[in-house]
Design a protein around this ligand. Structure first.
Ligand SMILES: Cc1ncc(COP(=O)(O)O)c(C=O)c1O
Length: 285
C-alpha cells in the first residue's frame, strides 16, 4: 500500500503530494516541525507537542492554524493503518516570492507523515550511546534556540561530526561553554543521587520527553535540578542519558572517549517512562 500523507487538509497518496517550489519553508527554512511517537494507535503527549508548536509559531509570526492539527495527525496515523509509528508534523510559512517580503495573507503549508516505528535493538539500550562534544555551539541568545524549527542545519552538522567520529550523538555546548543538548536529544546526568538537566536558559529545546522525565523524577522522589551544567560535571557524572520522543531514554555510556558509569536512576526512569506510556496510551484502547 502506498504511504498516505496529509497535506493542507487532504489525505493523499505520497506520490501525489505536491508542495510549491516557492514555499518559504523550502526556500528559507521558514517553518516548524514536531516528531512524535504513536503507541497502540495513540500519539503520546500529542497536545503537548501541539502546544509547543503553537507557542513557537507565534514567535516566528506563523499565523494561527487554519487546520485542526490534532485531527490531521490522528487521521494520518489511521490512514496508514499504523499502531506503532513515528509521526512528523511540519508547518511552513507557505508560498511567498522572497524573504524578507513575506506574504500579506500567508497560507501555511501543513504536512503530516506517519511511518512505521522501527525499534532500536535492546542491545543498543544495554550498551548505551557514545557521544562527542560538537565543535558547533548553540547560541542561547538566538531566537531560534528553544524552537524546533525547520532551520535545523546546526544540528545536522553536529550530527555529521558525531557520525564521522564513530559516535551516535553529538553534544552541543552553548556560547558560554555550558552543556545545552544533543543534536536530536536532551541531556540528563545523575550526580550524588541528584538528577540534573540544563535549564532552558542554556538554549536547549524544551523537549517533551525531558518534561515527562522531570515529572516522573518528581513522582519517584528523585531530587531534580535544572541549572547551568559544566561539561566536566557530565564527564564525572555517575550516570547520564539522552531523551527524545522516538528513542525515549538512552543511557549515555561514553563522552569524548571517556566512560560514564551505569546506574539505577536511569534504569528506574526508563522503566517509569514505559509505564507512563502504557498508562496514557492503552486507556480505553
Ligand atoms: C535538538 C533537539 N533537542 C531535544 C529533542 C528532544 O525533544 P522531544 O523530547 O520533544 O522529542 C529533539 C528531538 O528531536 C531535538 O531535535
Amino acid at each position: 500500500m502506498e504511504q498516505i500523507v496529509y497535506l493542507n487538509g487532504s489525505l493523499v497518496p505520497r506520490s501525489q503530494a505536491k508542495i510549491s517550489p516557492f514555499d518559504l519553508g523550502f526556500l528559507y527554512g521558514y517553518g516548524l516541525f514536531e516528531t512524535m511517537r504513536a503507541y497502540s494507535g495513540r500519539i503520546f503527549r500529542l497536545e503537548r507537542h501541539l502546544e509547543r508548536l503553537s507557542q513557537s509559531a507565534k514567535l516566528l509570526g506563523l499565523p494561527p492554524n487554519a487546520f485542526d492539527l490534532k485531527k490531521a495527525c490522528n487521521a494520518t496515523l489511521r490512514a496508514n493503518k499504523l499502531k506503532e509509528a513515528r509521526i512528523r508534523l511540519t508547518v511552513s510559512m507557505g508560498e511567498g516570492e522572497s524573504a524578507p517580503d513575506l506574504p500579506k495573507h500567508p497560507r501555511p503549508t501543513v504536512l503530516v507523515t506517519a511511518t512505521r516505528y522501527v525499534p532500536l535493538a535492546d542491545e543498543v539500550y544495554r550498551k548505551g550511546y557514545k557521544a562527542v562534544v560538537s565543535t558547533i555551539d548553540q547560541d542561547s541568545q538566538s531566537p531560534l534556540s528553544r524552537l524546533k524549527s525547520a532551520n535545523y542545519l546546526n544540528h545536522i552538522l553536529a550530527q555529521r561530526e558525531a557520525k564521522a567520529s564513530g559516535a551516535d550523538e553529538a553534544i552541543l555546548l552553548n556560547e558560554r561553554g555550558f552543556l545545552c543538548e544533543g543534536s536530536t536529544s536532551n541531556i540528563f546526568l545523575v550526580s550524588k543521587k541528584t538528577l540534573i538537566t540544563p535549564g532552558e536558559e542554556s538554549g536547549c529545546l524544551p523537549g517533551i520527553t525531558r518534561q515527562v522525565v522531570m515529572e516522573l523524577a518528581q513522582a519517584l522522589g528523585i531530587s531534580l535540578a535544572r541549572r547551568e551544567v559544566q561539561l566536566d560535571e557530565l564527564l564525572q557524572a555517575d550516570e547520564a542519558f539522552l531523551t527524545n520522543s522516538i528513542m525515549e531514554l538512552m543511557p549515555l555510556a561514553e563522552v569524548n572517549g571517556q566512560r560514564i558509569g551505569r546506574g539505577k536512576v536511569t534504569q528506574r526512569l526508563m522503566q517509569a517512562y514505559k509505564e507512563a506510556v502504557v498508562k496514557e496510551t492503552k486507556q480505553g484502547a
